[in-house]
Write a protein that binds this ligand. Structure first.
Ligand code: PMP
Length: 305
């Protein structure tokens, strides 16, 4: 099975998709990316692309911020992605990585007077965090404010912040970092949003806490409300609330719903996967594989029958 890319308006083997060393985004982080999951349903022999529309809407919004001229409508991006999945023909979970970037081979820090291009490629990709439950540490790296570099967009340059936090966490023996806002409130993981269970309700940092508005975050909020009757409160979260929470978990396209066992060497609950987290994991796992008819609108089947 070969990975393919859509690159320079053509479908090519991934190994042939190459950019020049002077490409602007390589030097200045002037690109916007997405991460989309294609989830393998073995009974139906189908790959379901999860919430494609929302991912491409977020990409379009990021392009507005970075003044990237993305010459494709959401519909066209849909079609390109489906054709790419079909060409690759994987029969396992996949990850789709679209990138809209400043493509001029030209140096000089700026956003104006530069060409833009779009590429997307697919790789097979299993679990991201590689653990059933994660040990997290509060990072010494803070999440930037919107007027430093907007965390609401997946801007490649922004992810140096996430990389600093992630590697610090791993070097300290944790699985994942939890970053705070500059004023010391809980923001998010290096590639995930965070939820707490307090008094049997979900609590999560709000849009003004320098987070990426995660699509999995939104999915979990909807599923918790519709399927379990549990509401989510979006608000400021203190660091110490993490230590006292009944349950905590991370959400992300790559990480799905990953329970948190410990924060800063303090067990969350009894350190095992919490009841609400477990229920949400089960519901979510069916929904993303197209197994729950109520949520098929979120799932785009890639293979023709
Ligand atoms: N926060 C950050 C910093 C991320 O990189 C991601 C992954 N895209 C998320 C949160 C989760 O977002 P989503 O659920 O849309 O993947």
């Amino acid at each position: 099975m070969t990975s393919y890319a859509y690159f320079h308006k053509q479908f090519v083997p991934l190994s042939e998709a190459r950019i020049g060393v002077m490409t602007h985004c390589l030097h200045y982080g002037t690109a916007v990316f997405e991460g989309i999951r294609g989830n393998w349903n073995s009974e139906q022999k189908q790959i379901y692309l999860f919430r494609l529309k929302e991912h491409y809407e977020r990409l379009h919004n990021g392009c507005r911020i970075l003044k990237i001229d993305l010459p494709y409508t959401i519909d066209e991006l849909y079609q390109i992605t489906i054709e790419l999945v079909e060409r690759c023909g994987f029969q396992e979970n996949i990850y789709v990585r679209p990138l809209a970037y400043k493509s001029s081979e030209s140096l000089g820090v700026r956003l104006h007077d530069l060409d833009s291009d779009f590429l997307v490629f697919i790789i097979p990709w299993g679990p991201y965090l590689d653990v059933d439950k994660a040990k997290c540490g509060i990072s010494s790296w803070r999440r930037p404010d919107d007027n430093v570099i907007p965390p609401q967009a997946k801007i490649t340059g922004l992810y140096a912040n996430n990389a600093l936090a992630k590697t610090e966490a791993i070097e300290h023996g944790f699985d994942e970092a939890i970053m705070l806002t500059p004023d010391g409130h809980v923001s998010e993981g290096s590639g995930e949003n965070i939820f707490l269970v307090i008094d049997s309700k979900l609590v999560t940092p709000a849009s003004y806490n320098n987070i990426l508005m995660g699509i999995t975050r939104n999915t979990v909020m909807e599923l918790a409300q519709n399927e379990l009757g549990i509401e989510t409160i979006e608000r400021l979260v203190d660091r110490s609330e993490l230590y006292m929470a009944e349950e905590c978990f991370l959400t992300g396209t790559a990480a799905h719903i990953t329970p948190i066992a410990e924060v800063d060497h303090r067990k969350i609950g009894n350190g095992e996967i919490g009841e609400i987290t477990k229920k949400l994991q089960k519901i979510y796992s069916d929904v993303i594989r197209g197994k729950n008819p109520k949520y098929l609108d979120w799932c785009t089947p890639a293979y023709k029958k």
